[in-house]
Design a protein around this ligand. Structure first.
Ligand SMILES: Cc1ncc(COP(=O)(O)O)c(C=O)c1O
Length: 403
């Protein structure tokens, strides 16, 4: 055995070198040797309210002293789960949605794929099974998300994936239209991130999301936005749907809903699928998790949303983008990077190769700044509490690392 017994995600099992994180405050984390790093990735795209928030700890502890855990299978319910569902419904782009909870983005994706298919069946269309997703899409690593993601290397070696899930080109909507044409009346849903994150930070081409909406409307398929990264403030709005002005039928969320203080994810079920699920009194929704609506996780969600609200962090997301955008674009015009892409508080830079991305990432770590390699690109997705001085340090370190 090498090092600890811990088997790390997305890591060679023979890897022995790790940075042991022991603490964090605001946008900074510290390791067991006392080194400090600016966390310009908000951990893994989620730490919007920043590390070490006493209000978050208090909210979790307060709830734990009342009820630390109980399930929400009928006939049971609990107050923080209901309050958070109502709060998320209010912030969502839907008029009267329902909110389903799991514990992660991957569970949210499995859930939304199942909800889309069963809602189509309840609406009288059991033949609508096909789910279309896009190249570069990342939808987590459960079997649903592994089947739906558009990063082929993540699908290799895991045996047969979920059937009736197909990927289309990320950039041209005709490729999705073609799948509709080849499968008349069979498409349950189109699944896409509003802005693709972990696949390389790709904003949608102009008019692309609108075109998907039209395709889905014309055929009776649902449009699903995977907002695990975009949701809860990253785009300067509560949801990417609101930033891009396109309303889907279903939204998945996770990560920033609690700023990662406790694991939580879920699905917002918009008007059409909600009506289908509620159409038949005899229908029982046979899906859910032991920790669906967990009182500690949902109490953490209520506080994380309250902090973002109180501190104007959605507006701050836009300012963060305004500070990063010109600096990263100048790297592109100076030829230091191939391309800079992104929107609001999530950015990516494309380099010549994956090796170069790893080198630049290592130099950044040495300089005390964390960014994330994704193939030949690097992602920047800081806490929304990052200061201007910290942003400038990220940009200055990047300039040195790229030179
Ligand atoms: C868009 C998107 N969907 C789903 C997931 C999976 O989330 P989790 O890792 O919490 O299972 C991620 C994770 O990065 C994501 O970015």
């Amino acid at each position: 055995m090498v090092g600890s017994a811990l088997l790390h995600p997305f890591t060679a099992p023979t890897e022995t070198e790790f940075i042991k994180v022991v603490g964090g405050r605001g946008s900074t984390i510290v390791d067991d040797k006392g080194n400090e790093y600016i966390d310009a990735m908000a951990s893994l795209w989620y730490m919007n309210v920043g590390h070490g928030r006493q209000e978050m700890i208090d909210a979790i502890v307060n709830q734990a002293t009342k009820l630390a855990g109980y399930h929400t299978f009928a006939p049971f319910s609990n107050e923080p789960a209901e309050r958070l569902a109502d709060k998320i419904a209010e912030l969502s782009p839907f008029s009267r949605p329902r909110v389903f909870f799991g514990s992660s983005g991957s569970e949210a994706i499995d859930s939304v794929m199942k909800i889309a298919r069963i809602a189509q069946r309840e609406a009288g269309h059991p033949e609508r099974q096909l789910i279309i997703s896009r190249e570069h899409g990342y939808h987590g690593t459960n079997f649903g998300g592994t089947s739906a993601q558009g990063i082929a290397i993540n699908q290799e070696g895991f045996g047969p994936l979920v059937g009736d899930v197909v990927q289309a080109s990320a950039s041209n909507v005709e490729s999705i239209a073609h799948v509709f044409e080849q499968n008349p009346g069979r498409v349950a849903a189109v699944l896409t991130e509003p802005l693709q994150g972990a696949g390389g930070v790709f904003p949608p081409p102009d008019g692309y999301l609108e075109a998907l909406r039209q395709l889905c409307d014309a055929s009776g398929a649902y449009l699903i936005f995977d907002e695990v990264i975009c949701g809860f403030g990253r785009m300067g709005k509560w949801f990417g749907a609101q930033y891009y002005g396109v309303t889907p039928d279903l939204i998945t969320f996770a990560k920033a809903v609690t700023s990662g203080y406790l694991p939580l994810g879920g699905v917002i079920v918009g008007d059409a699928p909600r009506a289908a699920l509620e159409a038949n009194e005899g229908f029982n929704f046979k899906h859910g998790y032991t920790y669906s609506g967990h009182p500690l996780a949902t109490a953490a969600g209520l506080e994380a949303i309250a902090i973002q609200d109180r501190e104007g962090l959605l507006a701050r997301a836009a300012e963060i983008g305004e500070r990063f955008a010109p600096a990263l674009s100048s790297f592109a015009s100076d030829g230091l990077v191939v391309e800079a892409r992104g929107a609001v508080a999530v950015w990516g830079i494309e380099l010549e190769s994956a090796e170069r991305a790893l080198t630049v990432r290592a130099r950044m770590l040495d300089a005390g700044v964390i960014i994330r390699p994704m193939g030949s690109s690097l992602a920047i997705c800081p806490p929304l509490v990052i200061t201007d001085t910290e942003i400038d340090r990220v940009v200055d370190s990047l300039a040195v690392a790229l030179a």
